[in-house]
Design a protein around this ligand. Structure first.
Ligand SMILES: [Zn+2]
Length: 340
């Protein structure tokens, strides 16, 4: 399988230890090789910076272009090469979307810096930081698919953290269904079931906060149920996956911790849904994941979605728990949008 990796990603390199570092991509590729995925590394090159204006304000793009070495905020750094690396990451996302539009069932962008916390003009939804992100690669990929007539598009964001940038950018966009499953107690603190989208897009933003005790089975139960429900309602023609692997057990980034079996099942569930509902393809865009999640979770997910063998986990959620209440609340909200 091809893995889109821009060689210039190394120009975005932290001044001192930081989890979002160039070695992440080496860990991901090593993990893929260990699982027999044999990635063919492709650098698709740079697109024109105009692609960034699909989702970002020009003033923000110029702000990033003009920045040198330093910290943009408490947890996001920039270097002299950040603009080029971030534009290359966005270019990879557009290439992945184009490949899906041309008929590839699975296209994978392993680019960095990540993007799902970046809003139109930087930090999104009142958040104080960009959370290591620069340009919103997944939102750009989704809009690229819509521009090419592949719509509606669904984004599934299963990074540990809520994609507040993606939600902000697409809040009023009814052509993009944004489903976000994330740690209820982690940064940035946004993404609750009553966040449903604005105006004509109401009902197209779906948030599933997950409590620490929920585990593999509960996580998969909610994803299976809600994705099945949404497939029937929206019939998305393609998916963009905001694929973060920082919810993997041992990553140490948050409270929920998933196993390889959960990631394999997530991939395999998407493959099943894609085949059952006539989805053209999946553009997988790397978000977070900093160590073991990249090495183990990423290849498990890719094996599941590409139909390679693996061990999954069955969905199960105990009634009466606080997680079950969140699930019921979300189902009730979503059911009230009958014609969307
Ligand atoms: Zn994350």
């Amino acid at each position: 399988m091809d893995a889109l990796v821009p060689s210039v990603h190394k120009m975005h390199c932290p001044p001192s230890y930081h989890p979002e570092r160039p070695e992440r991509i080496e860990i991901a590729i090593k993990g893929m090789k260990e699982e027999g995925l044999e990635p063919n590394i492709v650098d698709p090159g740079m697109r024109d910076a105009e692609i960034l204006t699909i989702v970002h304000e020009r003033a923000y793009i110029e702000y990033i272009r003009g920045r040198g070495k330093g910290y943009i905020d408490a947890d996001t750094y920039s270097t002299e090469g950040t603009f080029e690396a971030a534009l290359a990451a966005a270019s990879c996302a557009v290439e992945a979307a184009d490949r899906v539009a041309r008929g590839e069932f699975l296209s994978i962008s392993l680019a960095r810096p990540p993007g799902h916390h970046a809003g139109r003009s930087g930090a999104a939804m009142g958040c104080r930081t960009l959370g290591f992100c620069i340009f919103n690669n997944a939102a750009i990929a989704a809009i690229e698919l819509v521009r090419r007539g592949v719509m509606p598009v669904a984004i599934l964001d299963f990074d540990l953290h809520h994609g507040n940038g993606t939600q902000e950018i697409l809040w009023y966009n009814p052509e993009v269904l944004h489903i976000d499953i994330h740690d209820a107690f982690e940064y940035p603190g946004t993404g609750w079931p009553n966040d449903l989208g604005g105006g004509a897009a109401r009902g197209t933003k779906v948030n599933i906060p997950v409590y620490p005790e929920t585990g593999d089975k509960g996580y998969i139960f909610m994803l299976e149920d809600i994705l099945n429900f949404l497939m029937e309602k929206f019939r998305p023609k393609a998916f963009v996956i905001s694929a973060g692997f920082d919810a993997y057990a041992g990553e140490g980034m948050g409270y929920i911790s998933l196993s390889s079996r959960a990631y394999w099942r997530m991939g395999n569930l998407l493959k099943e849904l894609g085949e059952n509902w006539g989805v053209k393809g999946f553009a997988v865009i790397l978000e977070g994941g900093y160590s073991i999640g990249l090495r183990k979770g990423l290849p498990s997910f890719l094996k599941g979605i590409s139909g390679m063998g693996g061990e999954g986990v069955g969905g199960e959620l105990e009634e009466g728990t606080r997680q079950y209440k969140i699930f019921l609340q979300l189902k009730e909200f979503l059911s009230s949008f009958n014609d969307k």
